[in-house]
Design a protein. Structure first.
Length: 392
C-alpha cells in the first residue's frame, strides 16, 4: 500500500501516548499518578447526564441538521451574547463532536502549499500538526515566560507576510495557563486591521477557566475584525465532558457554508442525545461549574507552591486553564529526558514542554485536573526523584 505523502507531515498529541504508556505501566502493576492528560477528573454534572439519558429515552436517535439542533445553536448564541457581549446569529454556529473539528475545518480551509499560518508555540500541538498536514508553513508565535506566556503584539504583527492566510490564538492557553491581556489584544487587533485578508482562529476552549478575577478578552468582541474571526469553544473542559465529544464554532457568514460542507463530508452531524445534554449544560444551573473552578483554584495554588519548592524548578502562577508549566532548566535535564525519567523512576505521568513545540524546551506541563491527593503525591515523588538524581 502506498500512503499519501501528506500523511508524513501529520504530528500527534503526545498526551494520548503518555496516557497509553501510563495505563500500560498501571496494568503491569506499577503505581502511576497521572497529571499528563487535560481531562477534568470530576463527574459530569448530574443534570447534564440526566438530560442525555432522557434524550435517548425520548427518541433522539437520529441525524440532526448538519450544523446541529436549532435549539442548541440558539443556546450557544445566547451564551456568546452573555459571555462575549456580542449578538451571534445561530445560523453561523456549527456544533461539532469536540473542540478539535473546528480547528481541523478552519486549518484545512486556509492551509495549502505556499500559505503561512501563525500559531502559538509552545501551544496545543494539533495546530502545528494540521498546518503541516495541509502543506502550509507553520510560523511560530513565541510565548515567553518573561511576559507571563502572553505574546508581544508587535512581534506577532512583524511575522505577517503576503503569504499569511490565518493566525491562531489561544487564551487562556494550553500548555502554559497564560492569559492575553486586553491592552495586548487591543494592540494586536489594531495591527490586524491593516491585514484584512488574514483569517483569525480564536481558540477559546478555556474561556470560562480564569482565576484571580481575570476577564476573558475574546477576539470576537472587536467589531473591526469580527467578520474574519472563527471562535472555537466547547463543553469538554468547562463541564467536564471530554468523553462526550461536543464543541462548537462560530463562523463568519462568508465561511459557514464551507464549514457545513466539511461537516457533511466528515461527521454528518454531532450525536443527537449529546447535543441535548449540551443544551442543558448551557441553560441549566451553573453551580457545579463554579464548584469545579473553586477546586481548580485550590489545586493551582498547591501545585505551584509545591513545584517552586522542588530544587531546580521555578513556576509562574498560571492565570487560566488547569496547567502549570514549570521551568526546569536548572535541573540540568532536557524536558523529554525528565518526562521519561519521572514516569519510569517516580511513577508520575506529566508531559515534556517539547510536546507543545520546540519552544517548550526547558519546561514540563503538569495538568492539575486531578485530585489534591494525587497532586501532593506527585509533587513528593518528583522532589524525591530529583533529590536521588542529585539535583540541588
Ligand atoms: N484547544 C485546546 C487549546 C485544547 O487544549 C484542547 C484539548 O485539550 C482542544 C482545543 C480540544 O478539545 P476537545 O477535547 O474538546 O476536542
Amino acid at each position: 500500500m502506498k500512503l499519501a505523502q501528506r500523511l508524513s507531515n501529520l504530528g500527534t498529541e503526545s498526551a494520548f501516548e503518555v496516557l497509553a504508556r501510563a495505563k500500560a505501566l498501571q496494568k503491569a502493576g506499577k503505581n502511576i499518578v497521572n497529571l499528563g492528560i487535560g481531562s477534568p477528573d470530576f463527574r459530569t454534572p448530574a443534570n447534564i447526564v440526566e438530560a442525555g439519558r432522557k434524550a435517548l429515552a425520548d427518541g433522539y436517535h437520529f441525524y440532526t441538521p448538519a450544523k446541529g439542533l436549532p435549539e442548541l445553536r440558539e443556546a450557544v448564541a445566547q451564551d456568546c451574547l452573555a459571555r462575549r457581549g456580542v449578538a451571534v446569529d445561530p445560523e453561523n454556529v456549527m456544533i461539532v463532536p469536540g473542540g478539535k473539528p473546528t480547528m481541523y475545518f478552519a486549518i484545512s480551509m486556509f492551509g495549502e502549499s505556499g500559505a503561512e499560518i501563525l500559531y502559538p508555540n509552545p501551544g496545543f500541538p494539533i495546530y502545528e500538526s494540521l498546518i503541516k498536514y495541509t502543506g502550509a508553513t507553520p510560523v511560530p508565535i513565541e510565548l515567553r515566560e518573561e511576559s507571563g506566556f502572553s505574546f508581544n503584539p508587535d512581534a506577532v504583527l512583524a511575522k505577517i507576510t503576503p503569504r499569511t492566510r490565518m493566525i491562531i490564538l489561544n487564551t487562556p492557553a494550553n500548555p502554559t495557563g497564560g492569559v492575553v491581556r486586553k491592552a495586548e489584544m487591543d494592540r494586536l487587533v489594531a495591527g490586524l486591521e491593516k491585514h484584512p485578508d488574514v483569517a483569525i482562529l480564536s481558540d477559546e476552549i478555556y474561556s470560562r477557566m480564569l482565576y484571580d478575577g481575570e476577564q476573558h478578552v475574546s477576539l470576537y468582541s472587536y467589531p473591526s475584525i469580527r467578520e474574519r474571526v472563527i471562535i472555537l469553544d466547547g463543553w469538554s473542559k468547562t463541564f467536564s465532558m471530554t468523553g462526550w465529544r461536543l464543541g462548537y464554532g462560530v463562523w463568519p457568514a462568508s465561511l459557514i457554508q464551507t464549514a457545513e460542507r466539511l461537516q457533511i463530508n466528515s461527521n454528518s452531524c454531532p450525536s443527537a442525545p449529546v447535543q441535548v445534554a449540551g443544551r442543558e449544560a448551557l441553560v441549566g444551573p451553573q453551580g457545579d461549574v463554579d464548584k469545579m473552578m473553586k477546586a481548580f483554584d485550590e489545586r493551582r495554588r498547591v501545585i505551584v507552591a509545591g513545584l517552586n519548592a522542588i530544587p531546580g524548578f521555578s513556576c509562574v502562577m498560571p492565570k487560566g486553564a488547569f496547567y502549570a508549566f514549570p521551568n526546569i532548566t536548572k535541573t540540568g535535564f532536557k524536558s523529554k529526558e525528565l518526562e521519561v525519567k519521572l514516569l519510569h523512576d517516580a511513577g508520575v505521568a506529566i508531559l515534556s514542554g517539547t510536546a507543545f513545540g520546540a519552544l517548550g524546551e526547558g519546561y514540563l506541563r503538569f495538568s492539575y485536573a486531578a485530585s489534591l491527593e494525587d497532586i501532593r503525591e506527585a509533587l513528593a515523588r518528583v522532589k524525591n526523584c530529583l533529590a536521588t538524581a542529585g539535583v540541588k
